[in-house]
Ligand binder design. Structure first.
Ligand code: SAH
Length: 347
């Protein structure tokens, strides 16, 4: 992005109301904001010159005040085993993120990143290895959807905030993204089709519950005792399992939405019968769902797992009355599976 553009307001990160306020300051009529909004979020133009129902003079004013950001596809990798496609996107400042398009029976789902890198330090995850660079702007989260739909020709019907980064560590921008995404005059996506995954930033779980968006909250639990969880997930040393589960109960009470618990299974670390029993106790009375993920390989760690142990752990849980499934792993041949995404693709 040119230096000149960097000084302009990033219009794709603004709500309709914010655009209206600026339009009025520019001496134009309020209804113009909705026209601009529809060009941006329905017709998805990348240039003010394309907004043909606005006068040339007004379009000029707009391009002096605002910029329309875009992402560049640096790499596109298609899986040979399923229809997963991983995109490496270059952001306007030259940083990179990854986005994954997955095909399910019910349609296409897009896994989007929320930060450049991650500071959470989970021991099994590739996204944290090169460290944290910066938060993504609302526009940069949104553009992962727009650019992927444009490139693939597919309509995305659900979004999972499970790419690089910790969404609740970029709370304000993620909230803004959700509001833009669900705007009735724009993309109009029901937030029931959005899942947000967190490693457990407890205060923000309360904040999210209070928003009552109806989205699905996924908790990356991965262990049943503070000792084990603290070892593989440093965030647990700040917000422990009890605090996390209490926040989850609040979320459930407040929103009525069943919580999904992610459990990345690691041989010899969290896969015993005893741990299944502890898990069933933790989740008692919560109408939750456990998603077991056999840990995906990344070259920096030696954790292993397989579908057989995942199936066995699932059986333990089902016998204990816990609703549990083993997640289908998509895109593992192109390092597009859970925990395999990174901001620095050469590392
Ligand atoms: N920071 C958020 C969003 C990332 S979502 C979170 O922690 O939830 C990515 C999901 O993949 C999380 O559940 C994460 O714990 C999990 N994950 C990370 N590395 C993994 C790996 N190697 N194998 C399987 N799952 C992994």
């Amino acid at each position: 992005m040119t230096e000149e553009n960097q000084k302009k307001v990033d219009i794709l990160s603004l709500s309709l109301k914010e655009i209206e306020d600026i339009i009025l300051l520019l001496g134009e009529k309020k209804f113009r904001a909705k026209q601009i909004w529809q060009w941006l979020h329905i017709k998805k133009v990348r240039n003010f010159d394309k907004m043909s129902n606005l006068s040339a003079q007004f379009r000029n004013k707009l391009s002096n005040a605002f910029c329309i950001k875009s992402l560049i596809i640096s790499k596109r990798l298609a899986s040979d085993i399923d229809n997963t496609v991983k995109y490496l996107y270059e952001l306007p400042d030259g940083n990179h993120i990854e986005t994954v398009l997955m095909e399910y029976n019910h349609g296409y789902s897009l896994c989007v990143s929320t930060q450049v890198g991650c500071k959470m330090g989970c021991k099994f995850c590739a996204s944290t290895i090169a460290g944290f660079k910066r938060n993504l702007e609302p526009s940069e989260i949104l553009l992962q959807i727009y650019e992927t739909e444009r490139d693939s020709g597919k309509k995305v019907s659900s979004i999972v905030l499970m790419g690089i980064g910790e969404p609740l560590d970029n709370f304000e921008n993620v909230i803004k993204f959700l509001e833009i995404l669900s705007d009735k005059d724009g993309s109009n996506m029901s937030l029931r089709h959005v899942s947000l995954s967190t490693c457990g930033i407890v205060p923000r779980i309360y904040d999210l519950a209070d928003k009552n968006y109806g989205l699905t909250l996924s908790i990356s639990l991965h262990a049943t005792t503070n000792a084990t969880r603290g070892e593989i997930m440093p965030v647990n040393n700040k917000y422990n399992i009890n605090e996390l589960i209490t926040a989850c109960k609040y979320y459930l009470r407040k929103t009525g939405r069943r919580i999904s618990f992610e459990y990345a299974l690691i041989n010899g670390v969290n896969d015993s019968m005893e741990q299944a029993v502890q898990l069933s106790k933790l989740l008692r009375g919560m109408q939750s769902h456990v998603n077991i993920i056999p840990i995906n390989k990344i070259k920096e760690h030696k954790f292993t797992s397989d579908r057989k142990s995942a199936k066995r752990f699932q059986e333990y849980l089902i016998d204990l009355g816990v609703n549990a499934t083993v997640r289908r792993t998509l895109g593992s041949d192109i390092d597009a599976a859970c925990g395999q995404l990174r901001r620095d693709y050469e590392i």
